[in-house]
Design a protein around this ligand. Structure first.
Ligand code: FMN
Length: 248
């Protein structure tokens, strides 16, 4: 294969490198090298290169507040996850079906400690800086599954600081419902709960109404405009996580 030398007209690339994991990858910057240098002449150009090299990779945990087999919300979160991945994030999609927990009860907690599923999920929360959550609306509010899960995860294991699984995290919210409002009212409560336990929630969110007609047989969103909004939300979360991690 013939190789050509890079010139100032070559497309520039941003290098994302995760120092902790020791992995990196390259992503086109939509600009030529010349444009980047013109915008930020040396030495700031060198500084920008330095900054982009240490830009961390966003790690995002994605799940829905429904354990239903054909959940619209689980489909939504998977599409948003692909948006975040397109923007360079590492996304772990889980189903809360795999983390069964009893209804929260302080006596149970005192007598038996945190359930095994809670400990597994807390560990996952602590490995990820971003949370991508799609939650159905049940009677105008959050589902009991999501509330119960958040309550358990909020409890400290012995010796742990308060709310260690949530503080410093960034989140993006979605919902889907067969109803016209798409579960929008439930997200008000999800947003308030997360905000009160130390999570920064993106102002943008997506609520998909008439969800029974919104997906094709392969689980993709039929309307390209809605699909684009869901993908963009995932990208926005990845960007917020990167910015907040770089600022620490
Ligand atoms: C107990 C219960 C309450 C519900 N309340 C609402 C509601 O207030 N608003 C709404 O849009 N849909 C409501 N729904 C319908 C859900 O939006 C619908 O079941 C949806 O498919 C659940 O999300 P999923 O597909 O991700 O499981 C309710 C469903 C249940 C089971």
């Amino acid at each position: 294969m013939k190789k050509t030398a890079a010139t100032s007209e070559s497309p520039a690339e941003v290098i994302y490198f995760n120092l902790e994991l020791g992995v990196g990858f390259r992503k086109p910057a939509d600009k030529t090298v010349k444009q980047l240098v013109k915008e930020s002449p040396p030495p700031s150009c060198c500084f920008i290169v330095f900054r982009t090299i240490i830009m961390p990779i966003a790690k995002i945990l994605a799940f829905s507040g429904s354990a239903r087999r054909h959940s619209y919300n689980q489909r939504l979160v998977e599409i948003a996850a692909s948006g975040a991945r397109n923007s360079g994030a590492v996304v772990t999609v889980i189903s809360l079906r795999d983390f069964p927990m009893p209804l929260f009860d302080e006596d149970l907690e005192r007598d038996q400690g945190l359930p095994e599923a809670t400990l597994r999920l807390k560990a996952l929360f602590q490995e990820h800086a971003g949370l991508l959550i799609a939650c159905p609306e049940y009677n105008s509010s959050i589902t009991p599954l999501l509330k119960n899960t958040l309550d358990w995860v909020s409890r400290p294991a012995p010796g742990e600081p308060s709310l260690v699984s949530f503080r410093g995290k960034s989140a993006a919210l979605l919902s889907g419902s067969p109803g016209a409002l798409g579960g929008l009212r439930g997200l008000v409560h999800v947003r308030a709960i997360l905000g009160n336990i130390g999570v920064v929630v993106l102002p943008d969110q997506v609520a998909v109404g008439t969800a029974h007609d919104a997906f094709d047989g392969a689980g993709s969103l039929v309307d390209p405009a809605i699909r684009s909004r869901v993908l963009t939300l995932g990208e926005q979360l990845a960007e917020l996580v990167r910015q907040r991690s770089a600022a620490v």
